[in-house]
Design a protein around this ligand. Structure first.
Ligand code: C2O
Length: 548
């Protein structure tokens, strides 16, 4: 195994998109930032120099961080932020996983522009569990705002209303030629007819689940979230924020030009980009250079049948060298509601009245707890040093009231929406086997919630619509070859059941990867205690860990 070294200079730069200049914060002057390529078992050493005006941390989304939780990155969970002018070096191994992940800032909404691909190839001497592709193509999907994203978020949080939506979707930082002033910089890929490509697709968008297609072409999905899947054929890919898909695609169509396109799934009907896909041009070598590219027919923005079919048909590749069996004996069972609500003001507006529905402020919660980051010290430092007053270890295993979670007539019922802010975390014994039902609530609105767990992958053993029913739904669990993920979509009006083994000591953020829901409280932290041996004990923090 080798050591892969990078230096990330996080700073501001001016870019022109959609006919406008905008100052953004980015890494090494690029959007997206640098692609990190490693092999299973390598050590990554990334020095982060913060020359931006904001605090920053970097999270290696989906990397297990086995025994290296100090390098995980979420602000006030495992570290205090790197202040402007300061540096911190992240050191960790990538091990027991292969495929495509992403790295991104984990300070407020900064990940909008501070992100990039993280690719883990098989260890030296090993091969992919599929025919070696001719070429690999990283594709980072994102969003572009015609405003400073930190101001957008600040304004939304202080007034209690939803944040302004982005002005465009992007492929590798470019909106593509269906948006104004974008055609000259549309991303282009050249393919050789007859060859098979490995597309490594990342949804780095802030708030938008996406559909992805290439006109006339079919994909074979081989991995999601850097876990191999059984090969799954589809002409559309469905990718929520924080998820990745590795898909093979053979250039087996006529010599011409095609659009690659991503479009929004589950967005409010008035989103500026709702009817505009981001596009890149896929040209076959030898195709007429100026011929109009063929556009794929994209699914509609609320096509949850297409999304559910894709997401529920995937299965894990049990012959993968990294496969471990699904836990069958469960020690900890939890039922966790995830959803949005409203809480009374006051807000930071001229009148003190909030700008959310009914003059209230938007909130979000897990089991009616709206999680609050401590902002005085990271939870992991408080945990290992026994500092009191930072968090309490009393996150409830069940919601406070049971009701018909998916009945829209519950909307705006204050008794169901009332959430309490708090830093109430859940503690797991080392190696505990856990089953967690995530039940989406339709109390305020019906969004998908892509729930992301740091530090661990989990198995998605079942998913469905309506209220989860332990009597009937448990009979249909896939305990043989479920897909393994770090981010799972809890569908609007539906639920998912995950299982995992709590075998990585540390403090792990768990949250909705729709970024707007995080400051409203749709998050929590899971503490996993040390195991019995030195190699299952969290090491001390690195000496340059930023101070609060
Ligand atoms: Cu990709 Cu905590 O996030």
């Amino acid at each position: 195994a080798l050591t892969v070294r990078h230096t990330f200079n996080v700073g501001n730069l001016r870019l022109n998109r959609l006919c406008k200049n905008q100052v953004i914060t980015a890494v090494n002057g690029g959007l997206p930032g640098p692609t990190i390529v490693a092999q299973d078992g390598d050590t990554l050493v990334v020095r982060v120099n913060n020359i931006s005006p904001y605090n920053v941390t970097i999270h290696w989304h989906g990397v297990f961080q086995l025994m290296s939780a100090w390098a995980d990155g979420p602000e006030y969970i495992t570290q205090c932020p790197i202040r402007p002018g300061q540096s911190f070096t992240y050191r960790f191994n990538v091990t027991r996983q292969e495929g495509t992940l992403l790295w991104h800032a984990h300070f407020k909404a900064l990940r909008t522009t501070v992100h990039g691909a993280l690719i883990i190839r098989p260890a030296r001497g090993r091969t992919y569990p599929f025919p070696t592709p001719f070429f690999e193509i990283p594709i980072v999907l994102g969003e572009w705002w015609n405003a400073n994203i930190m101001d957008v978020e600040e304004e939304a949080v202080s007034t209690g209303r939803p944040p302004n939506m982005s002005n465009a979707l992007t492929i590798n930082g470019q909106p593509g030629d269906l948006y104004p002033c974008s055609s000259a910089n549309t991303v282009r890929f050249t393919l050789v007819r007859g060859k098979t490509y490995l597309l490594r697709i990342i949804n780095a968008a802030l708030n938008t689940p996406l559909f992805f297609k290439i006109a006339n072409h079919k994909f074979t999905v081989v991995a999601v979230d850097a876990s191999y899947t059984d090969p799954y054929d589809s002409d559309v890919l469905v990718i929520a924020p924080g998820q990745t898909v590795d898909a093979l695609m053979t250039a087996d169509q006529a010599l011409r030009r095609y659009y690659m396109a991503a479009s929004a799934h589950v967005v409010p009907p008035l989103a500026p980009y709702v009817n505009i896909s981001t596009t890149a041009i896929v040209s076959y070598l030898g195709a007429a250079p100026l011929s109009p590219p063929l556009m794929p027919a994209m699914p509609g923005a609320r096509d949850s049948d297409t999304a559910h079919a894709f997401l529920s048909n995937l299965t894990g590749l049990t012959s993968s060298p990294h496969w471990t069996p699904v836990p069958l004996e469960i020690e900890e069972r939890m039922f966790v509601t995830v959803g949005l609500g409203l809480v009374p003001g006051p807000c930071d507006t001229p009148t003190g009245v909030c700008s959310g529905p009914g003059g209230q402020r938007l909130a979000a919660s897990m089991n009616n707890v709206s999680f609050e980051l401590p902002e005085r010290l990271s939870i992991m430092e408080a945990y290992v040093n026994n500092v009191s007053g930072i968090y309490t270890a009393d996150f409830p295993d069940n919601p406070p009231v049971t009701f018909d979670y998916t009945n829209p007539s519950n909307q705006q019922n204050p008794a169901l929406m009332g959430t309490a802010r708090g830093t109430r975390v859940k503690v797991f014994k080392y190696n505990a086997t856990v089953e967690m039902v995530f039940q989406n609530t339709a109390v305020l609105s019906s969004d998908d919630h892509p729930m992301h767990l740091h530090g661990l992958n989990f198995y998605v053993v079942a998913q469905g619509f309506g209220n989860y029913n332990p009597q009937t739904d448990a009979a249909n669990f896939n305990l043989v070859n479920p897909q393994e993920r770090n981010t799972v979509v809890v569908p609007a009006f539906g639920w998912v059941v995950i299982r995992f083994r709590a075998n990585n000591p540390g403090v792990w953020f768990v949250h909705c990867h729709i970024d707007a829901h995080v400051p409203w409280g749709l998050s929590n932290a899971f503490i996993i205690e040390n195991g019995p041996t030195p190699d299952t004990t969290l090491p001390p923090p690195p000496s340059d860990l930023p101070k609060c």
